[in-house]
Write a new protein. Sequence first.
Length: 529
Amino acid sequence: MEPSRNAGRVGIYGWGVVAPGARNVAALEELLNKSRSALGPSDRLELGPGLFAVGEPDFAFDDYAQWIGERRGDSYVARMRAKMGDNVQFAVGATIQALQGDARLEGLVREADEQCVVFIGSGVGDLAESYRAATALERAARAWNHFWAQPVRCEARRQFEGGRATSVAPPPADPTSFPIDSPERQDALASFNAHWARRSDELRSFLERFAAVEKLDADDEDQENAHLNAIRKRLRAHRALVEEVGCPPPPWTAVSANLIWNIQNAPAAQITMLLDVHGEAWAPVGACSTFGVALKCGREAILRGDAKFAVVGTTDPRPDAALVAAFHDARVTPGIGEVNMPFTSLRGTHVSGGACVWILGDADWCSGRGLRPLGGWLEAVALSSDAEHIITPSKTGPKRAISRAYRDANIVPGDVALIDLHATGTPGDLTELALVEEFAGERTRITARKGQLGHGMANSGGWELTALAMGLARTVALPTGIRAQAVHERIRSPAALVTGEGGTLCGTVGVKLMLGIGGITACVVIRAA
C-alpha cells in the first residue's frame, strides 16, 4: 500500500479572530481588502485623550452566549460573564468561530478527546484583573491600617506620643510635613498608619480571634457536605467578628477570586471544559512571538503522534493605559494623535487587544474523515533567541530561525511568494528588511500590518498569519494601508513592499516573521492547499 500523500503533514482546519475593527475572520478580510486601519485615538484621560492611537477589539460576548448555553447551560454562561475577563472571553469566542468554519469540526474534536491539545498563550496576561485586585487590596489596606493605627487601639503609639516609651521605633516622616492633598502626603500617611498598625496590640488580639475562627469545623453530621458547611460557618463567624469589633473588612477579604480564575492558563483550561476534551492544555508565552510558539507546540504534538487536533492561539486584553504608557516610555509608541504605518515615519507602533485561534490537524487523520484544510498547510515553525537588548533583536540573530524554517520546509528563497514582517514602525523596520533580503526571491512580496491592526502583543502574529494565508489561497497580497509616497527614504527597494493597493503573488508559499521582546524569534512557513 502506498503511503498517504498527507502523511506527516499538519493542516489548518479552522480559525477565528477577535481584532480591532473585526469581530470575525470575514470582517478581518473585509477590513484588509478596503486597505483600512482599525486604529483610533484612545479617550482615556490618563493617556491625554487623542494622543495615542490604539486598537480596541470588536467583541461582544452575546455573539457566543447561545452557542455556549446550548452545550453547557445558562448557569455556565452566567459564570463566564461574571467571572471571566477579556482574555478568556476573547479566546473562547475565537475558538467557537474556528469550530464553526466546518460543521463537522466540533464533533471530530470531541472524538479526538485526549488527542486534542489546547495551547493558548498571552503576551501580557489579563492586566485588568490584576489591576482590579491590586487596587482593591491597596484601598482596603489603607482603611485597615488607619483603623488599627489610632492611639485608642495602639498602646505603643499612645506611649510614644506621650513621651513614655523611648524603646519604640519612631514612625516614618510626619504626613503633615507635606502639602495638603499632595500625593506625597497621602503616601506618607499610608506609611505612618502601617507603622503603627503593625504595633497595634488590639490588632494582634483580632488576628488571634480570626485564626481561631479559621479552625472551626462543621457541627453537623452531614459528611457529604461537611466541608461546605464548615466554610459557611467560618464566613458567618468572620462577619460577626468584624461587626463586633467595628473594623473595616480585612484586606485579605477584599480581593475577588476572579484574579485566579483568569491566570495565564485559564483560556486554555476553559476551552477544554467547554469542548469536553482531555488532552494537554496550557499557556505558552513568548512575548510578541507567542502565536508562533503556540503553533510550534501544536504542530510538534501532532507530528509526534500525541494529538490529532491542536487548538492553538493567543489572547490579550483591551489596550491598557499602563501598557501604552510603558511602551511610550520605551520610545516605541508615539503620542502624536495619528496612526504610524510601518516603513514610514518610524515613530513607533500602537497597542491593541483581542485574540486569534487556529485549529491544526493531522492531515492524514482529518482527510480520512472528509476534512480539507481551510488555511493550507503549516510546513514549518522555527524558534531562536537573539536579543542584544531586551526589546531589540540582534541584526543577524533571527537568521537562525529563518534558516531552520526554510530547511524544515524544504524551500529556497525563490519559492517564497510573500513574507510578512513583524515591522513595528520603528527604525527596526529597516534592519528587518535588510535581514530578510537573502531569504526573498526576485518576485517575493513583503507586507506588514501593524498600521491596520496595531501591535496586538501576542496576537499580531496570528492576525497577520491569517491575512497571509487568506491571500495565498487567492494568490494575492491583501492591501496593507501603507501609502507608497510615505515609504521612508532609507528603504532601498520599496517595489517589493505591498502598499494600499495590494498585489498579485507568484507562488503558494508564505513566510511570517515574529520578533518578541527578549529576543525570541519565530519564523513560520505555510503553503496554500
